[in-house]
Design a protein around this ligand. Structure first.
Ligand SMILES: Nc1nc2c(ncn2[C@@H]2O[C@H](COP(=O)(O)OP(=O)(O)O)[C@@H](O)[C@H]2O)c(=O)[nH]1
Ligand SMILES: Nc1ncnc2c1ncn2[C@@H]1O[C@H](COP(=O)(O)OP(=O)(O)O)[C@@H](O)[C@H]1O
Length: 217
C-alpha cells in the first residue's frame, strides 16, 4: 500500500529480488492490457489516463487469474488491492502473510513523479535524480526508449492522490484489524529499505509468528 510515487514499485523489486518472490504489479498488467488494445484495454485506458481507479470487477478479473497461476510460489503484489472490495475478494482467495504500507509526504511524491521515467515493456522505473538510466532516455537492459506516463502529469496526479486518500483508509484499517499491516514512513527509499528488509527477514525466519504493527522511528 502507498500513494502513487511512494516507492511501491522500487521497493517491490528490491523485495522480490532479495527474497526470491514472484512480482505481480497491477499497473504493469493494466498497461499491458491497454497496449493490447482489446475491448477491456480500451475501457481500462479511459480510467488510467484520467488518474481514476479502474472498477473493482475489472481489476479482480485481471488480477485473480494471475495469482492463481503463481499459487504454490511465494509472491508479492504491488498496487492490488487498492479498495476494500478488492481486499475482500483477495482475502476470499488466499490468506496474506504481510501488508507493507508506505507513507511519504505529498511534496516528495510530486517531485518524484514529475521525474519518473518508465520502460513500458518491463515496468522498470527510473528517476533523473535517484536512479537515472545509464543513457538518458533509454532503458539500461534493452536500450529501448523510456516514457513518461500521462497519469504522472500534475493534473492526473492530484486526482490520483485525492482518490488514494479516500479509498486507502478502509483497506489499511482492514489489514490492521487482521494484524498483518506494517507501516513505514520517510522521504528516502534507501532509508526505509533497511527496516523493511529486517521485518521481512524476521518474518521469513519465523513464518508462524504473529505479524505486528511496525513503525519506522
Ligand atoms: N528522489 C527519489 N526518488 C525515488 C526514491 N524512491 C523511488 N524514487 C523514484 O520515484 C518514482 C516513484 O517510485 P515508484 O517506485 O515508481 O512508486 P510507486 O508509484 O509507489 O510504484 C520513480 O521514478 C522512482 O525511481 C527516493 O528515495 N528518492
Ligand atoms: N488495484 C487497482 N484498482 C484500480 N485501479 C488501479 C489499480 N492498480 C492500478 N490502477 C490504475 O492504474 C494506474 C497506475 O497504477 P500504478 O502503476 O500502480 O501506479 P501508481 O502507484 O503510481 O499509482 C492507477 O492510477 C489506476 O488508474
Amino acid at each position: 500500500m502507498g500513494p502513487p510515487g511512494s516507492g511501491k514499485g522500487t521497493i517491490s523489486r528490491r523485495i522480490a529480488q532479495s527474497f526470491g518472490l514472484q512480482y505481480l504489479s497491477s499497473g504493469h498488467y493494466l498497461r499491458e492490457c491497454i497496449a493490447a488494445n482489446t475491448e477491456a484495454g480500451v475501457l481500462v485506458k479511459t480510467y488510467v489516463e484520467r488518474g481514476m481507479l479502474v472498477p473493482d470487477h475489472v481489476m479482480t478479473r485481471l488480477m485473480l487469474p494471475r495469482l492463481e497461476q503463481v499459487i504454490g510460489h511465494s509472491w508479492l503484489l504491488d498496487g492490488f488491492p487498492r479498495t476494500l472490495p478488492q481486499a475482500r475478494e483477495l482475502n476470499n482467495l488466499c490468506q496474506l502473510d504481510m501488508v507493507i504500507n508506505l507513507t511519504v509526504p505529498f511534496e516528495t511524491l510530486k517531485d518524484r513523479l514529475s521525474e519518473r521515467w518508465v520502460h513500458p515493456a518491463s515496468g522498470r522505473v527510473y528517476n533523473m535524480g535517484f536512479n537515472p538510466p545509464l543513457v538518458e532516455g533509454r532503458d539500461d537492459i534493452t536500450g529501448e526508449p523510456l516514457i513518461h506516463h500521462d497519469d504522472d502529469k500534475p493534473e492526473a496526479l492530484m486526482a490520483r492522490l485525492r482518490i488514494y486518500k479516500d479509498v486507502a483508509k478502509p483497506v489499511i484499517d482492514f489489514y490492521k484489524s487482521l494484524g498483518i499491516l506494517h507501516s513505514f514512513s520517510g522521504t528516502d527509499t534507501d532509508r526505509i529499505w533497511p527496516y523493511i528488509n529486517t521485518v521481512l527477514t524476521n518474518k521469513m525466519d519465523t513464518p508462524h509468528s504473529d505479524a505486528r504493527q511496525t513503525q519506522t522511528p
